[in-house]
Design a protein around this ligand. Structure first.
Ligand SMILES: Cc1cn([C@H]2C[C@H](O)[C@@H](COP(=O)(O)OP(=O)(O)O[C@H]3O[C@H](C)C(=O)[C@H](O)[C@H]3O)O2)c(=O)[nH]c1=O
Length: 186
């Protein structure tokens, strides 16, 4: 069984993975992540950490987060319950799509995951109540290297599908992108 099919997305290195599923009279089974298949899809480094988040209310946004070098990280984001609008911003200063964003809808009843290269900010908005996500990270959590962008930054002009709700204080207080913003190059 091939683990997943890979769809290239408009920002270089960003991919949608669609898992193969086994279904029978009991339900369904799919392989969530497998180092060899992930590497073939472009994953670099270990699976250093796996995180789980639960978000109760529809319209909640979390993000836009990234870790600065040398702790920048790849992420594999999968929705286990509910539906989200999952968004990334390309922060690689040498990228032809620097500061461009792209979003994908991830639904627990489908089999998609978003494979996000290092050098991207990531965030999402819940489109249903009771959303559960699982994240694979290629680097461990380094709070001193955590950074973020504002979900309402006019430089990004992100058209969130719903009115944004329930931002954390931290997410409300990131600084806005100013001219000369250099992204997260090494
Ligand atoms: C990421 C992380 C966080 N934490 C602690 C720090 C806070 O005390 C608490 C919640 O963290 P945070 O507010 O950053 O959680 P989210 O707002 O859901 O952010 C996450 O979701 C956005 C959309 C992402 O892309 C990030 O991977 C991730 O930071 O867990 C840890 O102890 N370990 C960790 O690896």
């Amino acid at each position: 069984m091939s683990t997943f099919t890979v769809t290239e997305l408009p920002l270089p290195g960003l991919k949608r993975l669609t898992r193969s599923r086994f279904e029978d009279h009991r339900g369904r089974f799919s392989r969530l992540c497998c180092p060899m298949a992930l590497q073939q899809a472009g994953w670099q480094g270990p699976i250093a950490q796996i995180n789980h988040s639960v978000t109760q209310h529809e319209g909640t946004a979390r993000g836009l987060h990234y870790q600065r070098p040398p702790h920048e990280e790849m992420k594999l984001v999968t929705c286990l319950h509910g539906r989200i609008w999952d968004l990334v911003v390309d922060l690689r200063p040498d990228s032809p799509t620097f500061l461009r964003w792209h979003a994908e809808t991830l639904d627990a009843d489908e089999d998609g995951s978003l494979l996000i290269p290092a050098g991207f900010a990531h965030g999402f908005q819940t489109l249903t109540p009771n959303v559960e996500l699982i994240y694979c990270h290629s680097a461990g959590y380094e709070p001193a290297f955590e950074a973020g962008l504002r979900v309402d930054d006019p430089a990004l002009a992100i058209p969130w599908p719903l009115a944004v709700k329930n931002l954390s204080t931290r997410d409300q207080t990131f600084t806005l992108i100013e001219s000369g913003f250099e992204g997260v190059g090494r």
